[in-house]
Design a protein around this ligand. Structure first.
Ligand code: ZN
Ligand code: ZN
Length: 221
């Protein structure tokens, strides 16, 4: 674990926006259609790299993978834990299981329940695929059928490898490996990150991760 005695380190927990092609892969699997696993894993890997870079660039000390490849809380649990089974309950409602909210705010919850599964979807994802995934999972319920044990060793290994690989970024010009947060290549000074907002003193653009403006010396953050 990364620690510091000088300052409070920042981290991020939870999902970050998944790229549209990754969402499409997740929904394909959830709706029971065949998926090219190698192509999907590569898209997830690219998504994780993108998320790690963005977190590093805004100064997150301990970035996360942004849960790019995980379908949902429930899907993640059944993938990683043994002793659970998925059953179907055909009469199940597709509404979120918030009985008190449904009772107290029926108007709001009717609107929310009608859109909460689709509201996150970028327009690039076909609506028919979203509907088919919703219909297939609507009646699914996870129940405990055996002793709970951890079975996700292979998956956690893959997750950790993806994070390890992507903590370094290759310079596009000279191919030297630099840590992800580095604004300029240590060997050839090629820019490695996106531009920052313009410097408040001189108006010029630096690179994400820069602490001082390289043109006028103004402190950027
Ligand atoms: Zn370089
Ligand atoms: Zn400046």
């Amino acid at each position: 674990m990364k620690r510091s005695t000088d300052r409070i380190l920042t981290t991020h927990v939870g999902s970050l926006c998944r790229p549209a092609d990754v969402l499409e892969g997740i929904l394909t699997k959830v709706s029971g259609q065949p998926r090219d696993e190698a192509a999907f894993n590569e898209k997830v890997r690219q998504g994780v790299i993108h998320n790690l870079k963005m977190q590093a660039e805004v100064g997150i000390d301990i970035p996360s993978d942004g849960e790019v490849g995980r379908p949902s809380f429930a899907g993640y649990v059944t993938e990683r834990l043994a002793g659970l089974s998925t059953t179907t309950e055909p009469s199940a409602s597709s509404a979120m299981n918030y009985p008190i909210l449904n009772e107290e705010f029926p108007g709001f919850m009717a609107q929310y329940n009608a859109m909460y599964r689709k509201i996150w979807m970028p327009p690039a994802v076909p609506l028919s695929l979203v509907d088919s995934a919703i219909e297939r999972t609507r009646a699914e319920r996870v129940i405990v059928t055996d002793k709970i044990t951890y079975q996700g060793q292979a998956e956690i290994k893959r997750d950790l490898e993806q994070q390890k690989v992507s903590k370094e970024v290759g310079c596009p010009k000279c191919h030297t490996a630099n840590p992800v947060r580095t604004p300029y290549c240590a060997k050839c000074a090629e820019a490695l990150t996106e531009p920052t907002a313009p410097c408040a003193m001189c108006g010029k653009y630096n690179r994400m991760g820069s602490r001082f403006c390289i043109y006028c010396g103004n402190r950027l953050r």
